[in-house]
Design a protein around this ligand. Structure first.
Ligand SMILES: NC(=O)c1ccc[n+]([C@@H]2O[C@H](COP(=O)([O-])OP(=O)(O)OC[C@H]3O[C@@H](n4cnc5c(N)ncnc54)[C@H](OP(=O)(O)O)[C@@H]3O)[C@@H](O)[C@H]2O)c1
Length: 340
């Protein structure tokens, strides 16, 4: 085993009580350093990715497949450098840059990871952090769940967000016609730069009306993470054999469930042979490694831009600020916290 200089303890963010609110549910505590065991590596985290909705749902104990019993380690995704290597690990070395995705491993200064689970990257940067796993989710959702085909008409909600800006670009790389929906003129300008064919500012234009008027043949793939009326408009304007990917519902995830009187779903889908498909990345681990390789390569080849939000958050004491910034919809691109 090799072991570089390290502190005797380090800081991490935990849920210490369930209040329903991120800031009051969490606190920064100290953890003692532990050396890696066989097959493990220790990573000094440099950037952590903010998944504000998931984070807040943990603070409400409302993630259906996770029971939060405080103290509970927070943060899923990070990039950093390996500082210690356990016995039996031969393919990774001290100083290597790696990305890691595991619940509880993100919002902390150091983490212990299984060497077989980390993804080598060229640099521990905000960009590589955004690609893994958010870029992976965009690619899996679009290709495997949405089954996008070259030249499809693709609609993306929260198109200038951390997830959405990847979906938009991946669809453009497939020669698709892309409709990008967002909530400000600044974000519209950015979507144009990314090649979006029909940006829609939902605060100025009615999404349903635009789809009805300008897309009489409907949408082949609708990649939705906003929900509410945008989801309804996507379902009602899905094309013959089209696919609506449900990748989140930012607009109402923490609201009372809205009961909407509508025709039953089969009335809308059957005659078009269309479908609504749920997608949560953790349910599709089989695509992870291959997609990571492909999306990193697109970035290294200069074919994919990574947008990270320009607001800077530094240190674990500012994770709550970053979460609130995203929840207010103020971000453009991926929200990251710099840990060093
Ligand atoms: N399926 C998966 O595996 C997977 C993976 C990652 C993330 N997700 C989900 O995808 C969604 C996007 O995640 P992200 O981290 O990339 O966030 P994000 O899209 O960067 O940020 C959220 C964006 O949603 C938009 N928005 C629309 N309606 C909103 C409302 N009522 N309140 C606040 N914001 C609103 C805002 O942009 P506008 O200005 O455009 O409105 C905001 O910037 C989340 O629902 C997340 O849970 C799913």
């Amino acid at each position: 085993m090799t072991d570089m200089t390290h502190p005797s303890d380090y800081r991490k963010l935990i849920i210490h009580q369930i209040t329903g609110d991120f800031r009051t549910s969490t606190q920064v505590v100290t953890e003692a350093w532990r050396a890696p065991q066989a097959g493990e590596v220790v990573i000094r985290n440099e950037f952590a990715g903010v998944n504000a909705i998931f984070d807040k749902n943990l603070c409400r104990n409302s993630v259906r497949y996770i029971k939060v019993d405080p103290p509970f380690d927070m943060g899923i995704e990070s990039v950093g450098r390996i500082v210690a290597v356990g016995s039996g690990v031969t393919h990774l070395h001290e100083g290597d840059a790696v990305a890691a995705t595991r619940l509880g491993s993100g919002y902390r200064e150091y983490q212990i990871a299984s060497a077989s689970k980390v993804i080598p990257v060229r640099e521990p940067s905000a960009e590589t952090l955004a690609l893994i796993p958010t870029g992976i989710s965009a690619m899996v959702g679009l290709e495997r769940i949405g089954e996008v085909r070259d030249g499809d008409t693709v609609a993306v909600s929260a198109a200038a967000g951390g997830l959405g800006h990847f979906v938009v670009q991946l669809a453009k790389l497939r020669g698709c016609h892309v409709i990008g929906i967002t909530g400000s003129d600044e974000k519209i300008a950015l979507l144009r730069k990314l090649g979006v064919d029909r940006p829609i500012n939902y605060r100025r234009e009615n999404v349903r009306e635009v789809l009805e008027k300008e897309y009489p043949k409907g949408i082949d793939v609708a990649y939705d993470s906003v929900g509410g009326e945008i989801f309804d408009a996507f379902v009602d304007h899905v094309a013959f054999r089209g696919r609506v990917v449900v990748s989140g519902h930012t607009s109402d995830f923490d609201k009372e469930i809205e009961l909407v009187p509508q025709a039953r779903a089969y009335r809308k889908l059957y005659w078009k042979s269309a479908s609504i498909r749920g997608f949560q990345n953790q349910a599709f681990p089989e695509y992870f490694d291959d997609t990571a390789t492909r999306i990193l390569q697109l970035f290294y080849d200069g074919k994919l831009q990574v947008l990270t939000d320009s607001k800077s958050f530094v240190g674990l004491d500012h994770v709550a600020d970053a979460v609130e910034h995203l929840l207010a919809g103020r971000n453009t691109g991926k929200v990251v916290v710099r840990l060093r």
